[in-house]
Design a protein around this ligand. Structure first.
Ligand code: ZN
Length: 156
């Protein structure tokens, strides 16, 4: 399952990438395009992506290939996609949340180069984005997100 999300869904875009879903964002398109809606529909159709939008009219134009997400809350949005069977909300940590590139294991030199890497590295696994060179690791952030997902999605 692949997605393209409108500009209102930046947080959902990052969450979907953390869950491993190939998700394009309208935020990476050139701003100020008066025909952006048409461009999003064309990308969705050409690349077989489900269009996610908070715009009811755009969703109507997208028909079967679009999902209208009325809530502003990211967990409501995740739940809506899960309920429709479009996603399995589990953390994957195999895709860059910033640029959508697939991560690969980081070398120890690459971990050394990143000044934001944690100093306590025992039992941590590191991954690197070949696209934007950002370093990722499964630490407290990943655990918090995983807990947040399971807590929010178990309640109705
Ligand atoms: Zn990246």
């Amino acid at each position: 399952m692949k997605f393209i999300a409108d500009r209102m869904l930046g947080t959902l875009t990052r969450y979907l990438r953390f869950m491993g879903y190939d998700t394009l964002s309208a935020n990476s398109l050139t701003p100020g395009n008066a025909r952006e809606d048409t461009a999003l529909l064309a990308i969705a159709r050409d690349e077989g992506r489900v269009l996610l939008t908070r715009d009811r009219e755009l969703a109507r134009r997208g028909g079967d290939q679009a999902v209208y997400l009325p809530s502003e809350e990211v967990m409501d949005q995740v739940r809506a996609l899960s309920t429709r069977g479009l996603i399995t909300p589990a953390l994957a940590m195999d895709r860059c949340s910033l640029c959508n590139t697939t991560l690969r294991p980081a070398t120890s030199a690459e971990v050394e180069e990143a000044d934001y890497a944690p100093r306590e590295r025992d039992s941590l696994e590191f991954f690197l984005c070949p696209g934007c060179r950002r370093l990722y690791w499964m630490g407290s952030h990943g655990r918090n997100l995983r807990e947040s997902l399971s807590r929010n999605l178990e309640s109705p």
